[in-house]
Design a protein around this ligand. Structure first.
Ligand SMILES: NC(=O)c1ccc[n+]([C@@H]2O[C@H](COP(=O)([O-])OP(=O)(O)OC[C@H]3O[C@@H](n4cnc5c(N)ncnc54)[C@H](OP(=O)(O)O)[C@@H]3O)[C@@H](O)[C@H]2O)c1
Length: 334
């Protein structure tokens, strides 16, 4: 990177915010100044980065002055109000919330898929980071879309509790440590321990949850294919971190398994782990803490030669949130 950057992180104490810190450390992201923002509860806390400790601040008028870049990871309402203020102050606002993703004037970026939308010539603006389940899905679909074209995607997700932030993570851990107790769920609509809950977000009149609608709409926008048929069914499971997805994808061409595997192996940011007879396929426990998207269990539907099934796993806090944001910043300032 050409110069050191003045960086704000809104939600610096959260699961995504803390992962931004880890990634900036790991990737030696050049930071001249860090301004960590959190709620009033975190005033007095210090965030450590690259050998320095930076005090947490609360959001207030003028708080972004002089910054080059602000990562937002504090939810939709905060992004809606404060991301435009970061841009008005001359900074890029990379937003992990859903506030601007489907805004026609805002780019929705996964660098491996549509990274051409941002670069060194970009002007300060809001850049939306997609939903975590969408990101891993489109990274796996991209090489298939490029090589063969895709007609239809169906996806069922098995999503970790960390996707609901530190409250979700802590709720499962608390239930695990006292699994005989009568649990009062707070973050999830039911007890998550030893369970599978087919609800992530709120439901619309058609019966889809808000998480499912995000996957369906965002996938079309990122792949730039408005006519793509996408249907999603999302489920919360008691995995701590990393989301898994079973995916059915209908290709436009009838191709061999070797062709499909070669395409997936060439996918940017994608790692193939596929030897099911030896129990080799991606697992959430192994993928947690890693950067790529992993794919395995690739096989053809017996009745439709263009329909392929696969298992896609990725760390929802890394590639599904903070890593994708850092990669966007690296494209702009690289
Ligand atoms: N978790 C995921 O897998 C994931 C993936 C993709 C996108 N996202 C999105 O990323 C965002 C953050 O998610 P998360 O999982 O990191 O949540 P989280 O662990 O609950 O963290 C929330 C953060 O927001 C801060 N915050 C709360 N109120 C605030 C305020 N008034 N002003 C400034 N900061 C405030 C919290 O600070 P305190 O510690 O002081 O309360 C904390 O740092 C959400 O929009 C989420 O949808 C999450």
């Amino acid at each position: 990177m050409k110069r050191k950057l003045k960086v704000g992180v809104v939600g610096a104490t959260g699961m995504v915010g803390q992962t931004f810190m880890n990634l900036m450390e790991e990737r030696q992201f050049p930071v001249a100044e860090l301004r960590p923002f959190a709620s009033e509860n975190s005033l007095g806390k210090k965030i450590e980065l690259q050998g320095q400790a930076w005090p947490c601040q609360v959001l207030k008028e003028g708080c972004f002055d002089g910054l080059d870049l602000v990562f937002f990871s504090s939810g939709d309402d905060i992004s809606k109000e404060w991301a435009p203020k970061a841009v008005a102050a001359g900074a890029f606002a990379v937003d992990n919330s859903a506030a601007y993703r489907m805004d026609p004037n805002t780019v929705l970026v996964v660098p491996e898929v549509n990274g051409d939308l941002v670069g060194p010539g970009s002007k300060p603006q809001i850049i939306a980071n997609p939903n975590c389940s969408t990101i891993q899905l489109v990274v796996a679909l991209k090489p298939l879309a490029d090589k063969f074209g895709i007609e239809e995607v169906r996806v069922s997700s098995y999503q970790a509790v960390s996707g609901a932030g530190k409250d979700g993570h802590d709720e499962l851990l608390a239930q695990t440590s006292n699994h005989q107790a009568d649990h009062k769920p707070k973050t999830f609509p039911h007890t998550i321990l030893f369970n599978a809950i087919p609800q992530i977000g709120s439901f619309n009149d058609e019966g889809y949850s808000s998480e499912e609608v995000k996957i369906m709409k965002e996938t079309r926008k990122i792949l730039r294919q408005n006519d793509l048929k996408v249907s999603a069914f999302t489920v919360r499971i008691p995995a701590l971190n990393a989301h898994s997805e079973s995916v059915w994808v209908t290709l436009k061409k009838d191709v061999t398994r070797d062709h499909v595997m070669a395409a997936l192996e060439s996918g940017e940011g994608l790692v193939v782990q596929d030897d099911p007879k030896r129990s080799v396929y991606p697992l959430a426990r192994d993928v947690s803490g890693k950067d790529p998207v992993y794919v395995g269990r690739v096989h053809r539907d017996p009745e439709n030669s263009k329909l392929w099934l696969m298992w896609v796993v990725s760390d929802n806090i890394r590639k599904g949130a903070a890593l994708n944001g850092i990669q966007i910043a690296e494209k702009i300032f690289g």
